[in-house]
Design a protein around this ligand. Structure first.
Ligand code: CP
Length: 359
């Protein structure tokens, strides 16, 4: 059993470090709330990836789809997205449909009673009254954690999934990135020992921060952070890597690291966080992946991107089999279905169906 939020005030809870918070988010060896990358251990990741593959294979037949659609047909989910999203919103929506869940949505806080002065906390508590699961994206760092704390202390707790919060966390993107990397390296020795290169706006990219955290769970991975100085990775992430004994390099020399890379994780400039158009003053063109760069990349190397992209990957690169970012989009649906099935304890049923040979 996990620890009980009700024993702590929000202030007491928010000042805990991640290691102390994890027992509140997880129950036994599975997530109940999925709000920060730090709550996942290696066993959880391996089980989620295996489950995502089982769901993907089961979903290939009509009988399999009917089986999956019966698993959570008695549950309702709500998608509360107060920041724009294409992939995360639609992949969660599709994953809910695969598992048979009914879905409701608020995509714009301007259509909720927040416009009449209701606090976001009261709005989310209201939404939770009608559903069994809340999936939320918010510009406010820590808000998903706060709602996990708040709802767990009510008479009707529901799990929270963080679909992206502030500049700090995007844990389910990191899950799909791990799943994509694992699938990409199935025939080349797995994820261990690989060199993973992050490129772009690493200071404000929450996907990079969450993935860099999960990669610490795999032995002997070296991480490279490639960005112009003002957009370099935060000192907090580097401290986390130091504490985990992870090797890393911080550099602005993109072409030097391309031939070393097993995976290159490109990101766009996150100028929605600009205070005064400061991103426009930074020349990022040295950090774009061009068609010519394909010649420098290992034959087994892969290129990922959480998307959306702008100019940082040339469209011509899409045709190369090492460009896996479109596969990455679809993997999001499978791993999110696996996560929700796990939260509701239906993972064993899926594994049994898969093992029965019906898939
Ligand atoms: N990768 C990602 O979070 O994309 P969206 O913003 O479209 O959901």
């Amino acid at each position: 059993m996990g620890k009980r939020f009700i024993d702590l005030s929000w202030h007491e809870f928010e000042t805990l470090d991640y290691a102390e918070k994890v027992p509140y988010f997880n129950r036994e060896d599975r997530p109940y709330h999925a709000v920060v990358a730090q709550q996942f251990d290696r066993g959880m990741l391996d089980r989620l990836c295996l489950l995502a593959t089982s769901i993907r294979r089961i979903a290939k037949t009509r009988a399999g789809m009917e089986f999956l659609a019966g698993l959570l047909a008695h549950k309702r989910a709500m998608l509360y997205f107060s920041q724009p999203s294409s992939r995360t919103f639609l992949s969660f929506y599709a994953a809910c449909q695969i598992l048979g869940m009914n879905v409701s949505e608020v995509r714009d806080a301007a259509t909720s009673s927040e416009m009449k002065g209701e606090t976001p906390e009261d709005s989310v508590r209201t939404f939770s009254s009608y559903v069994d699961l809340l999936i939320m994206r918010t510009p406010v760092q820590g808000f998903a954690e706060k709602m996990a704390w708040l709802l767990s202390s009510t008479e009707r707790p529901v799990p929270i999934i963080n679909a992206g919060s502030g500049k700090d966390q995007h844990p389910t993107q990191a899950l799909l990135d791990i799943y994509t990397l694992q699938r990409s390296f199935e025939r080349s020795g797995g994820l261990e020992n690989k060199k993973i290169v992050f490129v772009g706006d690493l200071a404000r990219g929450r996907t990079v921060r969450s993935l860099a955290t999960l990669l610490t769970l795999y032995p002997r991975i070296k991480q490279y952070f490639v960005a112009p100085e003002p957009l370099q990775i935060g000192a907090d992430i580097l401290r986390q890597l130091d504490a985990a004994g992870v090797e890393y390099e911080v550099t602005s020399d993109f072409e030097k690291v391309i031939p070393l890379a097993d995976a290159i994780y490109m990101t766009r400039i996150q100028d929605e966080w600009d205070k005064d158009g400061e991103s426009k003053k930074i020349d990022t063109s040295r950090f774009w992946f061009t068609e010519q760069h394909l010649g420098l990349l290992k034959p087994t190397g892969v290129i990922l991107h959480p998307l959306p992209r702008r100019q940082e990957i040339a469209v011509a690169v899409d045709r190369d089999p090492r460009a896996v970012y479109w596969r990455q989009v679809r993997n999001g649906m499978w791993i999110r279905a696996a996560l929700m099935a796990t939260i509701f304890g239906r993972d064993r049923d899926i594994a049994d169906y898969f093992d029965s040979g019906l898939a």
